[in-house]
Design a binder for this molecule. Structure first.
Ligand code: NAD
Length: 434
């Protein structure tokens, strides 16, 4: 199948690479010439495990191309996939300006029947808007619109796409349905065929539910702290119930990233505009933000309420989760400014995301290694659960620190082990070691 993908970000590029890997012919379009040039040379502009190998091998097989010329890219394609960003507007609603621009451009260049499918996360009703934006520009040319929301996780995006658990196809015609089923055939996945609105809604409902699970376990953790219970064991017990499931029950400093924060907000706005005020999702957001504040309170408590003025705090981990360089809505972007406002000097290290982080956190000193970051620090805070941190030598960590204070936002270490090593150790929803 010949496919044109518009937008070569996390979703568009990963989809393009995986579609070509299973045998489709893909041309990816981006308006960012720098990205296109880099991709043509076989280099990925995003960090994603395994992406460059597949990128290069499919380029060599002639199944994967990159261009900034949409007209040329879509000429031969049967299917056009829209995968541009849908960031949040000031009021939290989804900003559809990139989608609108692409739809109008597609309309301008449409010279034969095609299916235009939206992979970007868009509010219910956007598929219909895309249809009318294209219609305004394409004259009498026939086409179909469809919705195929994306569920990949950054950090395991290639695996998730190659092994997708389900494909949701929101369609208005049999012709579009057949084409999208054909696209997904090599993935051997469960296909759910539905209408546009239901497909669009399924993405927001899924993300809001996952965000709810995270805030729920964080509230359980906060009560555990008051009552000397251990949230990790509570989560284990809950997760063994198949009605609950163990995923997304890791207590911590809350969710971040390019999807959950903006999608929960957009969901709230979508409800408001439709005449229904969501009650659970706003509470989920509130708990999520307070979880960041609680971590800062933990480090303040570690200094006996003496304040953070002049303290040197090492922050380990900046990306919103491991195996990505994505800093969009990363908890570190809330926590570090809180520390600095309280007067602390922050020295940070992340295995991958420091280049990205530098533009968001201009007053932070970055280190080349975790050792350099913690050397002489008054406390260390763990923000991202990179494997490198889980595996670090705790004795060495203690030697490097000026005072052995560890505030663990990701429950990386065992409280008893930290006690035996002589640390002051505070984590989320578990025994505090003083
Ligand atoms: P991104 O910002 O990484 O990439 C978007 C790309 O689109 C950019 O490279 C940009 O240059 C390009 N673009 C914008 N306008 C264009 C135009 N007119 N023509 C050509 N290219 C254009 O975004 P992303 O993270 O890949 O997310 C894309 C969509 O997928 C969003 O709606 C997001 O909510 C959704 N989504 C993202 C993830 C994720 O993990 N990142 C997961 C599921 C769904």
């Amino acid at each position: 199948m010949k496919i044109c993908i518009v937008g070569t970000g996390y979703v568009g590029l990963v989809s393009g690479v995986c579609y070509s890997e299973v045998g489709h012919y893909v041309t990816c379009v981006d308006k960012d010439m720098k990205k296109v040039d880099q991709l043509k040379q076989g280099r990925s502009p995003i960090y994603e495990p395994g992406i460059e190998e597949l990128l290069v091998s499919n380029q060599q097989k002639g199944r994967l191309h990159f261009t900034d010329d949409l007209a040329e890219a879509m000429r031969e394609a049967e299917l056009i996939v829209i995968a541009v960003g849908t960031p949040a507007n000031k009021d939290g609603s989804a900003n559809l300006s990139f989608i609108e621009a692409v739809a109008k451009e597609i309309g301008t260049h449409l010279t034969s029947y095609k299916v235009i499918v939206t992979k970007s996360t868009v509010p219910v009703g956007t598929g219909q808007k895309i249809k009318s934006w294209i219609q305004d520009y394409c004259g009498k040319m026939a086409f179909d619109v469809a919705s195929n929301p994306e569920f990949l996780r950054e950090g395991s995006a290639i695996y998730d796409t190659m092994n997708m658990e389900r494909a949701v196809l929101g369609v208005e015609s049999k012709r579009a349905e057949d084409l999208l089923v054909e696209l997904h055939r090599p993935f051997d996945t469960k296909i759910v065929i539905t209408d546009l609105a239901t497909s669009e809604m399924s993405k927001y409902a899924s993300n809001a539910f996952l965000a709810t699970k995270i805030s729920f376990i964080n509230e359980v953790a906060n009560v555990c702290e008051q009552l000397d219970a251990d949230v990790t064991k509570v989560a284990e017990v809950m997760g063994l119930d198949p009605r609950i499931g163990s995923a997304f029950l890791g207590a911590g400093i809350g969710y971040g990233g390019s999807c959950f924060p903006k999608d929960t907000q957009a969901f709230i706005q979508m409800g408001e505009r439709a005449g229904y005020s969501l009650k659970i999702v706003p509470a989920v957001e509130k708990v999520n933000f307070e979880q960041r504040e609680r971590l800062v309170q933990k480090v303040e408590r570690a200094f006996g309420g003496a304040g953070l003025k002049g303290k040197q705090i090492a922050v380990l981990g900046l990306a919103f989760k491991p195996n990505t360089d994505d800093m969009r809505a990363a908890p570190a972007r809330d926590i570090i400014p809180m520390l600095m406002t309280a007067g602390a000097n922050v020295v940070a290290y992340d295995p991958i995301a420091m280049k990205e982080a530098a533009s968001y956190l201009p007053h932070v000193t970055f280190s080349e290694s975790w050792r350099e970051a913690v050397c002489g620090a008054d406390a260390v805070m763990f923000i991202t659960d990179w494997k490198e941190f889980k595996d670090l030598n705790l004795k060495e960590l203690k030697q490097e620190l000026a005072s052995p204070i560890v505030i663990d936002g990701r429950n990386l270490f065992e409280p008893q082990v930290m006690k035996d090593l002589g640390f002051y150790y505070d984590s989320i929803g578990r025994m505090k070691i003083e």
